[in-house]
Write a protein that binds this ligand. Structure first.
Ligand SMILES: [Ca+2]
Length: 137
């Protein structure tokens, strides 16, 4: 299950759930038709219970650089409300290859990826797939 601050469902069918459907050809795209929603953007994943997680993986949009995340922050939460400080921050390259953000393993029910900038400075965020890597628990 996924929630995003913005999703395009008019100009194309690109809801947040496209980032967690297991299909690299379907994307989540923040609103671009009409007035584009401004940065920053975020997507929250509900893990369905507490799991020990250690990395977030981000498969960028495969067919275009539009919306690929550059500067990012990763947060985790037990309740979906209190996120605390980011567990990971950094800048991803403009590539179609899978990117990752790893951090000290933490028990989480929710994981949030926040996009602070796009590789070409545009206001959009896109994602083909987002996953979390966990430890057996
Ligand atoms: Ca997808």
């Amino acid at each position: 299950m996924a929630y995003a601050d913005s999703q395009e469902t008019s100009g194309e069918n690109a809801p947040a759930t496209n980032a967690v459907d297991g299909n690299p050809d379907t994307i989540w795209h923040t609103k671009w038709s009409g007035t584009a929603a401004p940065m920053p953007h975020e997507i929250q994943l509900n893990l369905g219970g507490d799991h020990t997680v250690s990395c977030l993986t981000y498969l960028p949009r495969q067919n275009s650089a539009n919306g690929r995340i550059a500067k990012y922050e990763v947060y985790t939460s037990k309740d979906g409300t209190n996120w605390g400080n980011p567990v990971a921050t950094g800048t991803w390259a403009n590539t179609s290859a899978e990117q990752e953000a790893c951090f000290t393993p933490v028990s989480a029910h929710y994981v949030r990826l926040r996009a602070l900038s796009e590789v070409n400075g545009n206001p959009w965020t896109t994602a083909a797939e987002i996953n979390v890597v966990g430890l057996a628990d």
